[in-house]
Ligand binder design. Structure first.
Ligand code: HEC
Length: 95
């Protein structure tokens, strides 16, 4: 009985964690796709913790002037991802 309960607990937590994990992985993939064609990720990563949501959004919009291809919806997603780097730098940054 105890074994079954442990099994149940482990399975449920995996089921709950999986979407969270893949969401942050997608987030990292998106940043890799959008933000590393002109400069290294270090350009972005050295600013993690320094920029708040608004300045990340402004930065992203400034990148459009340099040629970044991104939809309005994606701007918000990318901004969310950039803000989340403060807690999860490993999804995009090398350290
Ligand atoms: C089309 C080319 C291009 C793409 C794509 C691009 N950048 Fe940039 N980025 C630049 C150039 C050019 C500079 C240097 C000029 C400057 O600082 O404004 C720069 C500088 C930066 C800087 C340092 C200056 C600052 O504001 O702190 C950050 C941070 C940055 N980019 C973030 C991003 C992010 C985040 C993305 C993805 C959403 C991205 N970049 C995508 C061209 C690009």
């Amino acid at each position: 009985m105890k074994k079954q309960l442990t099994f149940l607990a482990v399975t449920t937590s995996i089921l709950f964690m999986a979407p969270l994990l893949s969401a942050s992985q997608e987030c990292g993939e998106m940043l890799k796709e959008k933000c590393t064609s002109c400069h290294y990720n270090t350009r972005v990563c050295e600013k993690v913790g320094e920029k708040n949501r608004r300045s990340w959004k402004n930065t992203t919009k400034r990148m459009i002037r340099y040629g970044l291809k991104i939809s309005n919806e994606e701007i918000n997603e990318v901004t969310d991802c950039l803000v989340s780097l403060e807690d999860n730098p490993e999804i995009f940054c090398d350290k």
